[in-house]
Design a protein around this ligand. Sequence first.
Ligand code: IMP
Ligand code: MG
Length: 187
Amino acid sequence: MAAEGGQEHLIDSPDLGEMVVAAPVLQARVAELGAAITADYAGRAPLLIGVLKGAAMFMADLSRTIALPLEIDFMAVSSYGHATRTSGVVRIVKDLDIDLTGRDVIIVEDIVDSGLTLSYLRRTLQARGAASLEVCALLVREGLQKTDEELRYVGFRIPPKFVVGYGLDFAEKYRNLPYVCVFEGDG
Ligand code: IMP
Ligand code: MG
């Protein structure tokens, strides 16, 4: 299955459309974000909190570009289920293991769409006594944010199309694509 730019998709599926962020571009930007975090948090040991499952790949790559004695933890919240539209309902499915008191927390998110997930996480984690709380989002969908969350680190702003790959799924599939592309199947 040929994608834009003549590239082959890792998985042969008619549902996979045009390339949104190619693998080398993605990796280069992740390294830039890591360098920025390394500089901003010099002398500190930030706690990176990944939002499962979408942020798993991003967390793995990003954390390895940050030259600091950081710690990582993961949370799982309910999101889209099997649909391509947000329900607006956020619920903690897996909570953190590490105490946030006095910590410099960076929430690592795959994509910010409505911003509902993030505003819920911000409120919840702030209430647990973190010293600071910032957000690092790989992708931000342009123009659709319902709340104006402040995003300290953003990888890419992408057009309003449903995308998969690099952790992002449709019905649990396509997370293993090493790039981000448009999903053209039935949502
Ligand atoms: P929000 O609460 O509307 O900002 O939704 C954010 C969450 O929805 C993300 O963390 C993703 O898990 C999921 N999501 C939003 N857009 C997409 C997409 O284009 N592809 C896959 N998952 C998405
Ligand atoms: Mg997510």
